[in-house]
Design a binder for this molecule. Structure first.
Ligand code: DX5
Ligand code: ZN
Length: 221
């Protein structure tokens, strides 16, 4: 089975609490929060205040994706704001093991994310310490980009790596997940699908969009 983590990046921020509750009513499993600093990625989004604002609105797992340089400076702030998991980019952490341990010492789950061009080999020494690996299937920075097709082979190779070491870490895929790509990604071995623009858009209701993703994925499970 897989979980659906809906990215609030494409939500209507003027009524964010309501949008999160609608996603909860549509039975998504996680809320994915994209934090961007204008340095590691070109865009600037949100910080701990927004996590703190949505924490009382939903009991859902808050999956916080840190696309920021020197993420270690903000870990405690995000934990105190109510994050359930912090995922840092391997590319931003020269002392990745230390950063992962810091997150776990703060009492929540820890994940590592990789950009499309970063090889899986960089995970070799850290895999046993993480609760989640996030494979970026677009270059991070914006919602609504197209899925990079070579991501599927990368997901399959990571699935083999995790299975061969008996790891129960989640395999999350982020970027360009929609009706055309969701089933392929689950079929390749992902356990968490991040979806932003496929869920929060004006084409249909949140509930309808979630149901359509479930439907295409049912065909391969
Ligand atoms: C991209 C973010 C994603 C993004 C996904 O940098 O990490 O979580 O919101 O958006 P969609 O689902 O529209 O590709
Ligand atoms: Zn993300």
């Amino acid at each position: 089975m897989y979980k659906l983590a809906t990215s609030i990046l494409s939500a209507d921020f003027a009524c964010l609490g309501q949008q999160v509750q609608e996603a909860e009513s549509a039975n998504v499993e996680w809320i994915h929060v994209d934090v961007m600093d204008g340095h590691f990625v070109p865009n600037i989004t949100i910080g701990p205040l927004v996590v703190q604002a949505i924490r009382p609105v939903t009991p859902l797992f808050l999956d916080v994706h840190l696309m920021i340089e020197q993420p270690e400076r903000y870990l405690a702030d995000f934990v105190h704001a109510g994050a359930d998991m912090l995922t840092v980019h391997g590319e931003t952490c020269p002392h990745l093991h230390r950063t992962i341990e810091q997150i776990k010492e703060l009492g929540i789950k820890a994940g590592v994310a990789l950009n499309p061009s970063t090889p899986l080999a960089t995970l070799e020494e850290i895999l046993r310490y993480v609760d989640l690996v996030l494979i970026m299937s677009v270059n991070p920075g914006f919602g609504g980009q197209r899925y990079i097709p070579s991501s599927t082979a990368k997901i399959m190779r990571l699935r083999l790596m995790l299975d061969s070491m008996g790891s129960k870490a989640e395999l999350e895929v982020d970027g360009g997940i929609n009706l055309a790509t969701a089933a392929e990604v689950v079929g390749a071995g992902a356990t968490v699908l991040v979806a932003g623009s496929a869920i929060f858009n004006k084409k249909a209701s949140i509930a309808k969009n979630v149901e359509q993703i479930r439907e295409v994925c049912r065909q391969i499970i």
